[in-house]
Every structure is written in structure tokens, then in C-alpha cells.
Design a protein around this ligand. Structure first.
Ligand code: ATP
Length: 229
């Protein structure tokens, strides 16, 4: 699903590489935690996968596309294959829960009848049935993140990228979000999650990839947050 071959990323104003000669492979259907101190390169990794950034050297392959040579006009097509979830939810404040999720389908031209059947299904799946008409400010943080996950998953993308999805949530709420991401992963969707949440990583025991100042320093199956433990 994702392959990096000797990838280096140097930002225009960057003193040192944000990623330095990183090679790794993530297979379809895997659940992977991306850990490392602030500034270690996690977000850069995710931005290379979405093609928000281009590698300075090396090759990035995602869902069968070589992003090094992918033309700009094909980037929207690439992004349809991935959903993204962020720490700050990024919902549209003036739209209802239903409309926030429906919007993701409208922008890719799905017909109304498809939207009317698919959105309730996914809202049910994330545990928000009955809250369709609420606006984001009328929901708890955990519920807002469920809306964001519903929006990211409504098109059933093969890849879900999560950047600190539990960063604003308390431990119990975070666990609920993780159960949901785990369920999504079990449908066959590859999940890559950048996180600082040691409790979550230690509980889930999934593959852990650790970056340190742009270098891959650990790749562990059924891993924990800190390598010293
Ligand atoms: N647009 C940019 N221009 C210049 N340097 C950047 C840019 N974005 C990130 N960097 C630098 O690249 C390095 C890696 O940053 P990145 O955001 O990928 O780290 P991170 O692991 O996601 O950090 P955090 O956990 O704080 O989100 C840092 O040194 C950062 O300052």
C-alpha cells in the first residue's frame, strides 16, 4: 500500500533533512503507529503519502502510484484512495453532522440517492445515529472525532491516515476512538496513525515505526511506545 525507497525530504528552509534516507513498506490491511518526538518527521511522512509534499530524493509509492512521477492532475484521483483524520477534527462548523459527511461525497460527484443511503450507514457505524442534525459545537470532542472519521471513511478508501487523532481527547474517549479505528482496519482498510499517545500504543500492540530526527530507528511488530520498555 505504501512503500518508501531511500526517501529524503529537505524543506526549502530546513537546516537538516526532515526525513533522511527512510525505506519502509506498509502492506494493504496493516495497522501502523508512527511515533517519535516532536519534529522527528511524522507529519512529513504523512504529507509525502498525500503528495502535499514531494520527496527530495528517493521514491514514494502509494496504492500503486509512483508519487515521484505522478502528474499534478492525477493527485485528486490519488487522494480519493485515502481518508484523513486530524487532532483538531476540521469539521465545517455551519454544517450539520449529516452535511459534514455528505459533503465528502458531494465533492467527488456522488449522486444524491447514494449519499442518502451511505451517510446514515456510516454514521450508524461510528455510533452517531440520531445525531445527524447536530452541529459540531453541539457535540463532545469524541463525537466530533467520530464525525471526522465518518467523513474520512464514507467513501471506503483503502487507506486511512490519522495525525494525532486522540490528541485532544481524554483516555476513555480515546479508547473508544481506537476501537473504531480498529474496526475500520478490520474491514481491510490500511490505517497509519501518527501519535504521541503512549497509553494507546501500549494497549493496542500494533506495528510501531519510530522516527528520530528524520531517521527510521525502530520498526517493531506488536510494538510499544517507548523502545526502552
Ligand atoms: N514546511 C516546512 N518548512 C521547513 N521545515 C519544516 C516544514 N515542515 C516541517 N519542517 C521541519 O521538518 C522537521 C520534521 O517536522 P514534522 O512536522 O514532520 O515532525 P513531526 O514528527 O510531525 O512533529 P510533531 O509531532 O510536532 O507534529 C522539523 O525539524 C520541522 O521543523
Amino acid at each position: 500500500m505504501i512503500r518508501l525507497d531511500n526517501v529524503t525530504k529537505v524543506y526549502a528552509r530546513g537546516a537538516r533533512p526532515a526525513l533522511n534516507d527512510v525505506s519502509l513498506e506498509i502492506e494493504r490491511g496493516e495497522f501502523v503507529f508512527l511515533v517519535g518526538a516532536s519534529g522527528s518527521g511524522k507529519s512529513t511522512f504523512l504529507r509525502l503519502v498525500t503528495r502535499e509534499e514531494k520527496a527530495t530524493a528517493g521514491r514514494v509509492l502509494v496504492a500503486g502510484n509512483d508519487l515521484t512521477s505522478l502528474s499534478n492532475w492525477r493527485v485528486p484521483q490519488l487522494r480519493r484512495q485515502m481518508g484523513a483524520v486530524f487532532q483538531d477534527f476540521r469539521l465545517l462548523p455551519n454544517k450539520t453532522v449529516f452535511e459534514n459527511v455528505a459533503f465528502a461525497l458531494q465533492v467527488i460527484g456522488k449522486p444524491k440517492h447514494h449519499i442518502m443511503t451511505t451517510v446514515p450507514e456510516v454514521l450508524d457505524m461510528v455510533g452517531l445515529a440520531g445525531k445527524e442534525k447536530r452541529r459540531p459545537h453541539e457535540l463532545s470532542g469524541g463525537e466530533q472525532q467520530r464525525v471526522a472519521i465518518a467523513r474520512a471513511f464514507v467513501n471506503r478508501p483503502p487507506l486511512l491516515l490519522c495525525d494525532e487523532p486522540t490528541g485532544n481527547l481524554d483516555p476513555t474517549t480515546s479508547l473508544g476512538i481506537m476501537r473504531l479505528l480498529d474496526r475500520i482496519n478490520r474491514t481491510g482498510t490500511t490505517v497509519v496513525m501518527a501519535t504521541h499517545d503512549d497509553e494507546i500504543v501500549d494497549q493496542m500492540r500494533k506495528r510501531v515505526i519510530e522516527l528520530s530526527t528524520g531517521e527510521l530507528v525502530r520498526d517493531q511488530t506488536r510494538g510499544v511506545y517507548g523502545s526502552s520498555r
